[in-house]
Design a protein around this ligand. Structure first.
Ligand SMILES: CC(=O)[C@@H](O)[C@H](O)COP(=O)(O)O
Ligand SMILES: NCC(=O)COP(=O)(O)O
Length: 238
């Protein structure tokens, strides 16, 4: 079974645009769960342009499904936040400062020693660790020796290639997922997944544990409503 974790960054972006509390991020998280989401994802960034650090503490109090915090572990403030909140899962993303959105996975070969060290910090607190990687077999194989529990496949290339040639777009992900399974790693995926491309991805990656989806899902909710939209995404995963 592949779980759907709803990334609520975009709800925070909308709230922050007016400075008040509309939409109410906490209520939206509760509603996503009530409508069937099996997880809530947030990706606090150092400039707090969407999720604020304080939101993460408040969300921890009410999230009853899987709480997944994504972010850059090279920021000490992020590490401290995760250790204080103790979510079910932390996803380590190698973001550069000021990046508009995540745009690459870890080089798990070059950063092997660093990743081993930082992953052990989270594992000591019994937090499941996932690391964001491009769909490259060597990167997945080297991820397996870092101590991580899972990888999150960065799906931007798949999402963009899907319209032109879906067989070609999925091919590296199938190979990467096979390597992950062989190494005993769990498999998450995310970035630019949407109602068009999600089913083909999940059909071709049967061992997929979880997808985290934000931008497209929240955009679709403007047309279909949040409850319908979550149900529509869940139907792509069966
Ligand atoms: C890690 C990842 O795939 C990103 O999609 C991220 O979680 C979204 O972050 P932004 O909402 O800041 O673009
Ligand atoms: N990990 C990916 C994520 O949380 C959401 O990415 P996107 O759907 O906003 O591109």
């Amino acid at each position: 079974m592949t779980r759907l974790s709803v990334n609520i960054n975009k709800i925070a972006t909308l709230r922050n645009s007016r400075g008040g509390n509309n939409p109410d991020l906490i209520q939206v998280a509760k509603d996503c769960e009530g409508f069937g989401a099996q997880g809530i994802t947030v990706h606090p960034r150092p400039d707090e342009r969407h999720i604020r650090y304080n939101d993460v503490y408040e969300l921890k109090k009410i999230v009853t499904t899987e709480f997944n915090i994504e972010g850059n572990c090279q920021e000490q403030k992020f590490v401290d936040l995760v250790l204080a909140v103790k979510p079910e899962q932390v996803t380590l993303v190698p973001d550069a400062l000021g990046q508009i959105t995540s745009n690459h996975g870890w080089d798990t070969i070059k950063n092997q020693d660093y990743l081993k060290e930082i992953i052990s910090v989270f594992k000591k607190e019994s937090i499941r660790v996932s690391i964001f990687v491009d769909p490259i077999v060597e990167m997945v194989e080297a991820a397996a020796t870092t101590g991580t529990d899972r990888i999150e496949l960065y799906t931007e290339a798949y999402a963009h290639g899907y319209a032109q040639n879906k067989e070609q777009a999925i091919a590296p992900y199938v190979k990467a997922a096979e390597a992950a399974q062989k190494a005993g790693l769990g498999i998450n995926a995310g970035h630019d997944l949407d109602l068009e491309n999600l089913k083909y991805f999940s059909d071709n990656i049967p061992a997929l544990d979880e997808v985290s989806i934000g931008h497209a899902l929240i955009s679709d909710a403007l047309y279909y409503g949040l409850e319908n939209t979550i149900q529509m995404y869940l139907r792509q995963l069966v």
